[in-house]
Design a protein. Structure first.
Length: 228
């Protein structure tokens, strides 16, 4: 093999770094951000690195498929865990639904590969680091998390030990969201919502809207009004 072929092979194996993100920003018409602004994300949670001298009790460890991106979690269980059946999650994950666990941004510590993450803004279909955004390993493209303005949504299947009794119990989902858009039926006894939980209508195991007392009383009142 020639030296040129060796160099080309090395280039193909090297994961793109976030420094390439600046090119993407310019390609999308955003030329107002300086390099220091572009690198500012490295100093903020969830990307800020905790050194050995910092107090960061690692309870869980997670990694992407290729292992280039690795992280620790300091919380023994998420603030909440949910299944999301919205079409965006279905398409971006290539699966019937997304299983997400909510954490504070300060609950995570990247030990490897945090400089080689890729971002995607689904609202504008760009690769800018604009919140909320999708975060993945730039090498193997494993979805790592959704970064919101205040929280992060991690994916429990990346957690080491998730298939243990302790792991399944800690990350147990509390509900299904956007169940009306499901592509598979899941009669698992977990509460189901038409949209966002607590902000939409409840659904039964067959995907039918559950008529609550308030809705029922309103319907009966309307029927009486029409008869009078």
């Amino acid at each position: 093999m020639s030296s040129n072929q060796q160099n080309q092979g090395q280039e193909q194996e090297r994961a793109p770094s976030p420094t390439n993100q600046s090119t993407n920003k310019h390609e999308n018409g955003d030329t107002s951000t300086s390099q220091s602004d572009q690198d500012d994300w490295k100093q903020r949670p969830p990307y800020q690195i905790h050194r050995s001298s910092d107090s960061f009790p690692a309870v869980w460890n997670g990694k992407c498929h290729c292992g280039k991106t690795r992280y620790q979690l300091s919380r023994d269980k998420p603030l909440a865990a949910k299944y999301c059946h919205c079409t965006t999650c279905q398409r971006l994950h290539g699966s019937p639904f997304q299983w997400a666990a909510i954490f504070h941004k300060t609950d995570i510590n990247f030990t490897h590969g945090h400089h080689d993450l890729a971002w995607y803004d689904p609202s504008e279909c760009t690769t800018r680091h604009k919140l909320p955004c999708k975060v993945s390993c730039a090498y193997c493209r494993t979805p790592i998390m959704d970064e919101g303005r205040n929280m992060i949504l991690l994916f429990p299947t990346l957690i080491e030990g998730i298939n243990t009794k302790e792991g399944r119990e800690a990350f147990k989902p509390e509900c299904h969201m956007f169940y009306s858009r499901r592509v598979v039926d899941l009669k698992d006894g977990v509460p189901k919502w038409d949209g966002i939980n607590e902000e939409s209508k409840r659904m039964d195991e067959d995907g039918n809207i559950i008529e609550d007392e308030h809705t029922k009383e309103g319907g009966e009142h309307e029927q009486k009004r029409q008869k009078t």
